[in-house]
Design a protein around this ligand. Structure first.
Ligand code: ADP
Ligand code: MG
Length: 246
């Protein structure tokens, strides 16, 4: 326990100021070049120097027009892609210096990523999909399945354990994807328009789940969304415009 515990009970926003940054990017840039080798040209600078610090336990919504670089930024924070320039620290680790193996391990232990389209494995049941990250990290099958079951119950899908993704609605699939992202108790959850394909009621339900998770486990949330009303439920809104935070 550290000295923020009392504040935590009385004022969770205060904790954000006193606790460690979980994400710290400085002058983060990302460019894409078209073509490869000698033919490579036409460099598109997508992120033009992003400075951003996110504290453990913060809820951050990222807004911005289509093409402004939101997914690119989220992918860099999720170590799914590498910056062209700049610094990126996650949990005080300079993640740009990690080998691919170490990156995968770090991601598996610290992060949950939720995509706009669920990316579930279609041949596996909801239960197996959620258990997968645990199985990959070597947890015994029985334990992994039990933990997955608890999480699916948490997201209201205790009655859908043996269903395949094709046998579920869009909202149900997205909740399975959320349960899967949370199964390793990540300290950082990154979600890219997780409600983009859901109706209003299901979208609100997904945000309810995020907020509950944040309150229960102090999980840091970084969520890209188009929906200003949903974004306003979060502590902090960041606006990206043409590759910079405005
Ligand atoms: N792999 C890529 N190669 C070239 N350009 C890309 C690539 N990925 C994204 N872009 C370009 O980067 C810009 C920002 O994309 P993205 O981060 O997906 O924006 P957003 O998520 O805000 O809609 C877009 O103009 C897009 O065309
Ligand atoms: Mg996007």
């Amino acid at each position: 326990m550290n000295d923020t515990t009392i504040d935590q009970v009385t004022d969770h926003k205060k904790v954000h100021q006193t606790s460690q940054p979980i994400v710290n990017c400085t002058n983060l840039k990302k460019s894409y070049s078209e073509g490869t080798g000698r033919q490579a040209k036409l460099v598109t600078e997508v992120l033009k120097g992003v400075d951003l610090t996110i504290a453990q336990g913060e809820q951050v919504a990222i807004l911005g027009q289509s093409g402004s670089g939101k997914s690119t930024l989220l992918h860099l924070m999720g170590m799914l892609d590498e910056p062209t320039e700049g610094q990126l620290f996650i949990n005080n680790v300079d993640v740009t210096q990690l080998s691919d193996d170490k990156k995968a391990q770090f991601r598996n232990q610290n992060m949950g990523f939720i995509y706009q389209f669920h990316h579930l494995l279609t041949e596996f049941s909801a239960l197996e999909n959620v258990a997968m990250p645990l199985l990959i990290s070597g947890v015994v099958r029985k334990v992994a399945l039990e933990k997955a079951k608890v999480l699916l119950e948490d997201v209201g899908l205790g009655h859908r354990l043996s269903h395949n993704p094709s046998q579920m609605s869009g909202g149900e699939r997205q909740r399975v994807a959320i349960a899967r992202a949370l199964v390793n108790n990540p300290s950082l959850v990154l979600a890219d328009e997780p409600t983009g394909n859901l109706d209003k009621k299901n979208a609100e339900h997904v945000f309810d789940l995020f907020l509950k998770l944040n309150q229960q486990s102090n999980t840091t949330l970084v969520v890209v969304t188009h929906d200003l009303l949903l974004a306003e439920r979060f502590d902090r809104i960041i606006q990206l415009d043409d590759g910079v935070i405005v």
